[in-house]
Design a protein around this ligand. Structure first.
Ligand code: 13P
Length: 252
């Protein structure tokens, strides 16, 4: 009953020319895939060009981050309104690389979520524990904090629109993918935590994506887990054939 979503996070890759080429390839390769929602998140410099190519296709376009203010003296930042002006209407919020390198904490992430909703941008809230946290038995504590604190000020309508990506930090870019059981257990935990805030019906509708070394050859097994509703793909989303392979696995 939950339609799968396969999202690509291009991170700080693809200059404008490369992004245009990749978007053109994706437009061809992903055409005609039924039963799956598709999203790509290029760097901000390529949003407008990618939107121009993918506009009218089934592939949505999103940014990788936004600032919570609409405009002002925030050198180097981009606002939700600016993202919308490129044609993109999705955004990743709280990616672990933002948390690790750029100081995104729960307070700021909460404000970014509200800012996204104000601009009618669909947010994907990214959460996930480090290896040290997992090994110290803190999985639930970490996921509870990262998920529930930013949701505190959201209304029912907003909670119904949110998408969550569970990305264990130890599986990102490492080639070490969580086992289907580890991923399923974490996703069930996230759904339970969300139910405690938004109610069971909303939790049953919540789409939870898995991220961390997803490739065409492991996607099928991960996506067949009952609480895994899609994937947030880094490295493999930079290759049109690989991304298509993952998206195709979601239609099975
Ligand atoms: P990789 O697929 O490269 O591990 O990256 C995952 C990720 O961080 C997606 O947001």
């Amino acid at each position: 009953m939950r339609r799968p979503l396969i999202a690509g996070n291009w991170k700080m890759n693809q200059d404008n020319r490369e992004a245009i080429e990749l978007a053109r390839q994706l437009k061809v390769k992903l055409a005609g895939l039924d039963g799956v929602d598709l999203l790509v998140c290029p760097p901000a410099t390529a949003l407008a060009s990618v939107c121009e190519i993918l506009g009218g296709s089934a592939v949505a376009v999103g940014a990788q981050n936004l600032h919570d203010r609409r405009s002002g003296a925030f050198t180097g930042e981009i606002s939700g309104a600016m993202i919308r002006s490129t044609g993109a209407d999705w955004v990743l919020i709280g990616h672990s690389e933002r948390r690790q390198f750029f100081g995104d904490d729960e307070d700021w992430i909460a404000r970014k979520l509200l800012a996204a909703f104000e601009c009618e941008i669909h947010p994907v809230l990214c959460i996930g524990e480090t290896l040290a946290e997992r090994e110290a038995g803190q999985l639930e504590t970490v996921l509870r904090r990262q998920l529930l604190q930013p949701l505190e000020n959201l209304g029912e309508d907003q909670l119904a629109k949110i998408i969550v990506a569970y990305e264990p930090v130890w599986a990102i870019g490492t080639g070490v993918v969580a086992t289907p059981q580890q991923a399923q257990d974490a996703h069930a935990l996230v759904r339970g935590l969300f139910a405690s805030r938004a109610g069971q019906a909303a939790a049953d509708r919540l789409r939870i994506l898995y991220g961390g070394s997803v490739k065409p050859d492991n996607a099928g097994e991960l996506l067949s887990c009952p609480d895994i509703d899609g994937a947030l793909v880094g490295g493999a989303s930079l290759d049109a054939a690989s991304f298509q392979g993952i998206a195709a696995a979601a239609t099975n």
